[in-house]
Design a protein around this ligand. Structure first.
Ligand code: ZN
Length: 149
């Protein structure tokens, strides 16, 4: 992770506002988290290239593996609405926790190397910001399937 501390210190203007707006939307989505087992509420908001924002929360289930992370709920909502490319994702938890590996892989299907991921706490101004490339180094992707043999 990089840029822990002051939010988006190396950015000015529009990008910073977009990312803060995403964090706000992820915080709101977190209010809908269904997490009676872990009690770890997560909210996510993904920015599509179209300019639209899609949100998600984690949804747990008594049959644990049947639940889904907030990030994938948001991404799958967006893809099911026709989106295919994302430029930024914000995730809000109590402690600005990291994304799981499965969500990193799912995001990488639809995000370029320079897409931005922001991890934010439910309260406070601390941010962790990282690029897609850094979040999932040497990622597996469609290019590997094209060169099969
Ligand atoms: Zn996940």
């Amino acid at each position: 992770m990089n840029s822990i501390g002051s939010p988006f210190a190396d950015d000015g203007g529009a990008m910073r506002n977009d990312l803060e707006n995403l964090v706000t939307r992820a915080r709101a989505a977190r209010q809908n988290a269904y997490a009676p087992y872990s009690r770890y509420a997560v909210g996510a908001a993904v920015l599509a290239k179209s300019g639209k924002i899609y949100t998600g929360c984690n949804i747990e289930n008594a049959a644990y593996p049947s639940g889904l992370c907030a990030e994938r709920v948001a991404i799958f909502k967006a893809v099911s609405e026709g989106e295919r490319e994302f430029t930024a994702l914000a995730v809000v938890t109590a402690n600005a926790g990291a994304m799981c590996g499965a969500c990193r892989q799912v995001l990488s299907e639809f995000a370029a190397d320079d897409a931005v991921i922001v991890l934010a706490p439910a309260r406070g101004k601390r941010r962790k910001r990282v690029t897609m490339k850094r979040m999932l180094l040497d990622r597996f992707g469609a290019m590997h399937l094209r060169s099969k043999r």
